[in-house]
Design a protein around this ligand. Structure first.
Ligand SMILES: Cc1cc2nc3c(=O)[nH]c(=O)nc-3n(C[C@H](O)[C@H](O)[C@H](O)COP(=O)(O)O)c2cc1C
Length: 180
């Protein structure tokens, strides 16, 4: 199964990027994951949507060719970061590459709530008519205080978090088999 992994942070030191790479390493035998950066995606403009920048065409193609999409995102000011909302606006138009695509959400923050509020918004956006992804219900992965449970090599160190992630990834595979 091919999974496109979209990261909601473009920081070079992003915990969410490191978490995505950890997930990719851990489930290598089960899933073929490609971690995608949003750093070259320009601001969405309806005037450009039929002739977008190459970075937009490239990432849309990778999402289109995937069996499912994993979002790994921080929370900014109680919502999703602008870079992610901007990308979702591109994805929602023309060929609508997320439509009917199975989706799963993971988020890490340095705050205690671990992106709860961002994920509520993200689910709502993924459920919009233009985006229309098939987001896996339940299976909410909120990773708070990430700086305390990730080592210098980008590995999660908390066994209960890892075990929960194992379960949710298995559920995602079943979800793709069911709805994909
Ligand atoms: C602009 C901004 C807004 C933030 N807002 C929140 C927030 O609402 N809730 C939260 O838990 N953390 C918030 N944080 C802290 C982030 O969780 C923390 O910076 C995290 O490391 C960002 O993810 P990243 O490392 O993947 O880039 C905010 C950080 C920034 C820079």
């Amino acid at each position: 199964m091919k999974i496109a992994v979209v990261i909601g942070s473009i920081s070079k030191n992003s915990y969410n990027m490191k978490l995505a790479e950890f997930i990719k390493r851990r489930y290598e035998g089960k899933l073929e994951m490609e971690v995608l950066s949003l750093k070259d995606i320009p601001m969405y403009n309806i005037d450009d949507e039929l002739n977008p920048a190459p970075a937009v065409t490239e990432i849309k193609g990778k999402i289109k060719n995937s069996d499912g999409v994993l979002f790994v995102t921080p929370e900014y000011n109680h919502s999703i970061p602008g870079v992610l909302k901007n990308a979702l606006d591109w994805f929602s138009r023309v060929d609508r590459v997320l439509a009917n695509k199975p989706a799963m959400i993971v988020g890490a923050s340095t705050g205690i709530l671990g992106t709860v509020k961002a994920q509520i918004h993200l689910r709502q956006i993924l459920n919009s008519g233009g985006v229309a992804a098939i987001t896996m219900p339940g299976n909410e992965v909120f990773i708070g205080n990430i700086e305390n449970i990730m080592d210098d090599n980008g590995n999660l160190t908390d066994e209960s978090t890892i075990k929960f992630l194992d379960k949710v990834v298995d559920n995602f595979i079943k979800w793709i088999e069911k709805v994909g």
